[in-house]
Design a binder for this molecule. Structure first.
Ligand code: 4AD
Ligand code: MG
Length: 465
């Protein structure tokens, strides 16, 4: 079988032996001496491999000289140690088979100039083939694998929670409706209105905003669990940190308080950043050089230092007294937005900060009420450059308090019957959090917009291909 180029470049293929590689042309350069140099990449690592092609190959004129950036090839030859600087191994080609040419090289957009990251979002076929598209994809994969490995090593079970659900976990009414209704032939009432409650084979359902409520059920049985999957928010947010479809890692820990959840989040971030620096040094060098000059340093500092923990009440005081003019001034009780979060992380602390004990009125119904009766045991981790990257809490395990919160928030107790049952049959203190996976990838790469770290971004303005 044909080896991946990463294995060849890292010395896993014997020198002097025959070899075949497959991939796409990044560049072709022809020397005056009648030799062509092909840089071939297959996405398995950042670097391409060089194939040296002599002009006495049978199909040199007809095929090799037609190869342009983006063409696909299968090259056979001998693996040799490279004479040139910059690469360790290269291929002395004896056979070049063209698999697919680029129809019109003048319009293949990778050739001439470097393209903006915004332009690439619109180019489905091109984006993953660029340096940045490949590097993001590999780093994203490493982060996901590292999340699963970390959870597994800590003894957590991965629970597949449903995407179609009847419950609004965050109670924010930001759910996409799932419908089996035949829009042409809708059943209508006397006034001609549609009964949307009949949506999903007779029930009202939505795409989930979070797997939390479901994973709590498994937490209260298997103790240490997590879910990691896609979540959906029908909010009309056009910002660099919001997507309509994003992935979330949500651990849930039984017999644990808010501090335990914050500690787990901190350990997880350290673990996955270390994995990225160890396993994707090639891609991280690229991000450091071309995207954000401090990215590696930033990840190292997360790995090596404890996160500052701060109460919401203290944060408000800091924001009020810092002498900075915010677009939205703060006072106790308001929700923080990204300008405040970034000030705290970037200027006040200079690193990630765990902000905790928020006013109950700006947080979700399931968060545990503190003894002061005004705040809940909630925490957000705010990261420099991004703001909120993690949101979590200790869950309200007392049925009477939970019911009172549901009522205060105008939520129907009946809708949460199955969730309330957890509090009726052997309730336990438990805590958890949600880590926004795209915000994590953005933080790890230095890329400014979450749209550029997910293969197919879904936003209010873009959900094509
Ligand atoms: O703070 P959120 O809304 O918390 C929850 O959903 C809880 N149920 C999680 C839990 O405790 N199990 O979302 C958690 C994280 C945020 O901190 C943010 O990183 C990310 O999810 N997030 C988004 N990422 C991209 N686009 C959006 N629209 C996001 N909304 C939240
Ligand atoms: Mg949040």
């Amino acid at each position: 079988s044909v080896p991946a180029i990463t294995d060849v470049l890292t010395g896993k293929h014997p020198v002097g032996e025959p070899i075949t590689v497959q991939g796409w042309i990044r560049t072709r350069r022809d020397s005056k001496a009648g030799i062509s140099f092909l840089a071939i990449h297959d996405g398995s690592c950042f670097d391409p491999i060089q194939a040296v092609v002599p002009n006495d190959l049978e199909n040199y004129q007809d095929d090799v000289l037609k190869l342009t950036t983006g063409s696909s090839v299968k090259v056979t030859g001998t693996l040799v140690e490279s004479q040139g600087k910059g690469q360790s191994f290269e291929i002395q080609a004896t056979h070049v088979e063209v698999l697919g040419l680029v129809e019109d090289p003048d319009t293949y957009p990778m050739a001439a100039k470097r393209h903006s990251i915004e332009y690439l979002r619109e180019q489905a076929h091109l984006r993953p083939r660029t340096n940045i598209g490949g590097a993001v994809t590999r780093v994203r994969n490493t982060l996901a694998q590292a999340v699963h490995r970390f959870m597994h090593e800590k003894g957590y079970y991965w629970i597949s929670t449903p995407l179609i659900t009847g419950s609004d976990c965050e109670g924010a009414g930001e759910m996409f409706r799932v419908s089996t209704l035949d829009l042409e032939n809708l059943p209508r009432d006397d006034k001609g209105s549609i009964d949307y409650k009949e949506d999903f084979f007779g029930k009202e359902t939505f795409l989930t905003v979070s797997g939390q409520l479901n994973v709590e059920t498994y937490c209260c049985a298997l103790s240490k669990v997590y879910t990691f999957g896609p979540t959906f928010r029908a909010e009309n947010s056009n910002t660099s940190r919001h997507l309509a479809e994003f992935w979330m890692v949500e651990p849930e820990i039984a017999f644990a308080d808010l501090g335990d959840a914050a500690t787990l989040a901190e350990e997880m971030l350290r673990y996955v950043f270390k994995a990225v620096l160890d396993e994707r040094a090639d891609d991280m060098q690229f991000f450091q050089q071309r995207v954000d000059k401090t990215v590696i340093e930033r990840l190292e500092s997360v790995i090596n230092s404890e996160f500052v923990r701060m109460d919401y009440t203290d944060a408000i005081e800091i924001l009020q007294n810092c002498g900075k003019k915010f677009e939205n001034p703060v006072s106790w009780g308001v929700d923080l937005n990204s300008e405040h979060e970034r000030y705290l992380a970037e200027e006040h602390v200079g690193g990630p900060v765990v902000l905790q004990n928020y006013p109950k009125d700006i947080k979700s119904f399931y968060m545990r009420l503190n003894d002061d009766g005004k705040t809940v045991a909630a925490m957000d981790i705010l990261a420099p450059g991004i703001g909120e990257i993690v949101g979590g809490s200790q869950r309200e395990e007392r049925l009477d308090v939970l019911d009172q919160r549901l009522e205060e928030m105008g939520l129907d107790k009946e809708d949460y019957g199955w969730y309330r049952d957890l509090r009726r049959y052997g309730t336990v203190p438990h805590s958890g959090f949600g880590l926004g996976f795209e915000r994590l990838v953005a933080y790890a790469t230095g890329i400014a917009n979450v749209r550029d770290v997910i293969p197919f971004p879904r936003t209010p303005k873009s959900a094509a291909f």
